[in-house]
Design a protein around this ligand. Structure first.
Ligand code: GLN
Length: 485
């Protein structure tokens, strides 16, 4: 049971070969056993998950429900879930019980999926290693001395260690794709606006996007079917026509034009990772794809631009945590100003404070033009690079991350090297484009991810392209040692 895919679980439930209560109970037992070591979950509420499973079984008995009815998944702790502790990995929200469901959570509830619990994450989704969480670091199931990636490292570690078959994640600069890559999983960051941000705790609103993480492209497609859709509660939600992302997943990809950006294979990329990416491209050639050289000349500016824009938006979004409305409030204070500053000093971790400082600085009157405005202009150029590249290809491919999972504590005191983890992922967030990571092999027993970048709203094609690779390879089926024991 433990290694079943979402697709398999869905059919077994509908054929009544198992029940949601049975599956949910089994997963909860696995979480109980493994989570103390991996630390992938912040909150588990067995009674609530089982109660949801009972309701799902009733729906299935009556012949009702959808593909995901009865299937258990985990929710990243960035999503508000009514009456669930929702912390965003921060001390600031260590006691925050959400009064409503995020649209993503609501959609999964309506589909009848079971919430197995809330997954650990970097504080306010800021990080690439899941070491900034107030609830402790998450371990990579492939090697417990290494990081799972971040910020959706809890979701990734939970799936990789087979504590759940799929989980939600969010990606502001790479947080779905990089942990998927480092944990041997499939993850998709959709086009900006495809999935509602309502109830998803804001980090950098013009970049944040939620998406699915699972073992395979097929499972991600099933999850995206639930997650995608227009939401009037999110002003940046796009009214895109409803699609079935599983429908064309089996189509052959003969004639597919794959663009390879030379900037993604330059200095900084681990040579063993590069070899696996080249092997994956060769596999695509065997499947009938043709290769086109493209250029994304502003790639090296994406990190500096992101670290102006994301902190700017974060500094504004995080101003709401003042100790008045919700979350942590300092216990001793003299007056209102003192209460604000002590609350924020105690409630936020180092990385979050660093971003608030940078953000406030770049938005200040004297520096706005030099930093924020300039960054917005370069952001436009980055989008233009992609527009041009997509004139000659259908999808763009390259590595997801420059290396495999690194050791815990290796980069935490060196923000710039940590930031470089996202060198190949951030540009898609800046452009609002969809990006995906799929397993493409191993270097020293550590997973490597291949990145697939698509044009706007081309998720169905990306999932198809990923699925064809997964039909031809077994990388996504590999399981960390001991995960099934
Ligand atoms: N690692 C990047 C950061 O620290 C991206 C995080 C994310 O996508 N949420 O900001």
């Amino acid at each position: 049971m433990q290694d079943w895919s979402i697709k398999e679980l869905s059919s077994l439930l509908r054929e009544k070969k198992t029940s949601s209560v049975e599956i949910t109970t089994d997963y909860l037992a696995i979480i109980k056993k493994k989570n103390p070591e991996i630390n992938a979950f912040i909150t588990v509420d067995e009674n609530r998950s089982i109660a949801q499973a009972k309701l799902a079984d009733e729906r299935i008995q009556k012949g009702e429900g959808d593909a995901l009815t009865g299937v258990p998944i985990a929710q990243k702790d960035i999503f508000c879930a009514e009456d669930w502790l929702t912390t965003c990995g921060s001390k600031m929200l260590h006691n925050f019980i959400a009064p409503y469901d995020a649209t993503v959570v609501k959609k999964f509830n309506e589909a009848g999926a079971i919430n197995l619990g809330k997954t650990n994450m970097d504080e306010f989704a800021m990080g690439s290693s899941n070491e900034t969480s107030y609830f402790g670091a998450v371990k990579n199931p492939w090697d417990l001395s290494r990081v799972p990636g971040g910020s959706s490292g809890g979701s990734a570690a939970a799936i990789a260690s087979r504590m759940c078959p799929g989980a939600t994640a969010t990606d502001t600069g790479g947080s779905i794709r990089q942990p998927a890559s480092l944990c041997g999983l499939t993850g998709l960051k959709p086009t900006y606006g495809l999935v509602s941000r309502y109830g998803m705790i804001a980090f950098a609103s013009s970049l944040d996007q939620a998406g699915p993480m699972a073992k395979s492209s097929e499972d991600c497609a099933m999850m995206l079917n639930v997650m995608a859709g227009f939401d009037p509660k999110d002003s940046t939600s796009i009214d895109h026509k409803k699609e079935d992302y599983t429908k064309n997943i089996d189509q052959p990809i003969e004639g597919l034009k794959i663009g390879l950006p030379k900037e993604y294979f330059a200095e900084g990329l681990d040579s063993d990772v590069a070899k696996l990416i080249e092997a994956a491209i060769n596999q695509y050639k065997k499947l009938g794809a043709t290769i086109v050289d493209v250029s994304l000349p502003n790639t090296n500016l994406s990190i500096p631009v992101y670290y102006v824009l994301a902190p700017a938006e974060a500094s504004s979004n995080l101003s709401r945590y003042d100790g008045v409305r919700y979350g942590h409030r300092t216990s001793q204070y003299d007056d209102l100003m003192d209460m604000y500053s002590k609350t924020r000093q105690e409630g936020f971790g180092e990385e979050v404070k660093r971003r608030i400082l940078i953000g406030t600085y770049v938005l200040s009157a004297g520096y706005y033009d030099a930093y924020y405005l300039k960054a917005q202009q370069i952001r436009h150029l980055i989008s233009e690079d992609f527009k041009k590249a997509f004139q000659s290809c259908d999808v763009i491919m390259g590595p997801t991350a420059p290396s495999t999972a690194f050791k815990a504590n290796e980069k935490i005191d060196d923000p710039v090297t940590m930031y470089l983890q996202d060198i190949y992922t951030i540009a898609t967030n800046l452009a609002g484009l969809p990006g995906m990571s799929i397993p493409a092999g191993f270097v020293n027993k550590l997973p490597v991810g291949l990145q697939i970048i698509g044009n706007y709203f081309d998720e169905a094609r990306m999932l198809n392209v990923a699925h064809q690779f997964q039909k031809a390879t077994d990388w996504h089926k590999a399981i960390p040692d001991g995960a099934l024991s």
